[in-house]
Design a protein around this ligand. Sequence first.
Ligand code: SAH
Length: 259
Amino acid sequence: MMNQSTAFIPPAPQSIRFVLARTSHPGNIGAAARAIRTMGFWRLVLVAPQRYPDPQVEAMAAGADDVLTHLVQAASLTEAITSCTRVYGLSARRRGVNLPELDPRAAVAEIAPLVAAGREVALLFGNERSGLDNDELSVCQAMVRIPSVEDFSSLNLAQAVQVMAWELRMAMLGEVPPSPPDHDASPATADEMERFFEHLFATLHAIDFHKGRAAVTIEQRLRRLFHRAMPDARELRILHGVLADAERMAQLAGAKRGE
Ligand code: SAH
């Protein structure tokens, strides 16, 4: 029998993490561990679980002990997705967010070449009752909806995890993955993108871009635009430079007006 704790870990599963946000039922954590283990994955990350640790985790994991051994409880959502090039938010409902919405197969068609090119990807699953909240949605670059029926669309959390893990498994069992994206340098990670957005939004305030109007819609659109562009770290450095100069000019202008 194979010794589970020393099982060979192929490179692709290593690059894909399943992030469960604010899980209320510990049995679902165990069932999710089992779901990913059956499909060859092992990276399970928890953010603010409501009950953990809990005997129901082990009970529902049904022997997926190596997944539980590697399980990470992240201190924050940002920490949970650190080093990820792309974060996919799983949601049963169509959300009023301006993000591309994919079914699992289309999402995997995007994920496979990213992973083949050595990038890391997170799949983010929401709370059992309320789904993903606004903070969680704001770190996603795309939404994935399992096309369930309209009038009963919500799957059990671990079953939604299973569907994604299955689709990824099918892609891994398939032939050669699609060719890597046409990029010289690695796309920036999610945390680098967040730092850039902080700088961008602060600068827009400094130059009084919003002129008293609410910033949130513009900020969402800009997030979408820059995520679509998938800038690399060097491109982000250029953009930070532009923003720093804009901030400097705003300060000079303020000083001239005697502010
Ligand atoms: N009422 C919640 C349901 C939460 S179910 C909602 O509308 O989102 C718990 C989690 O399972 C969800 O946050 C989502 O990550 C995942 N999930 C359940 N059904 C799904 C579906 N049809 N498509 C994609 N994700 C789904």
